[in-house]
Design a protein around this ligand. Structure first.
Ligand code: FES
Length: 79
């Protein structure tokens, strides 16, 4: 999985296993040390955890994200 920060113009690459596909994307990213903004802690209210300028990480699993974005590139505006 590539994490691309638009603000910095840099990417990080994270490995994942098939066992992690059902994990919440926000939780997974945080567990890997990626700082994702949130003021509602995953309640789907604040909209700060947005990626691709469209989807909320707190409302996606890894699997759902990869179905929508098979290349596995997460784009975060503020990173
Ligand atoms: S964490 Fe607030 S909407 Fe996702």
């Amino acid at each position: 999985m590539e994490i691309f920060g638009k603000a910095s113009g840099t990417s990080r690459y994270l490995e994942f296993s098939s066992k992690e596909l059902d994990q919440n994307l926000l939780t997974w990213l945080r567990s890997r040390g990626v700082t994702i903004a949130s003021s509602c802690d995953g309640a789907g209210v604040c909209k700060k955890c947005r990626i691709q300028n469209e989807w909320l990480t707190c409302e996606l699993t890894l699997k759902t994200f990869l179905e929508r974005c098979p290349e596995g590139k997460i784009i975060v505006d503020y990173l």
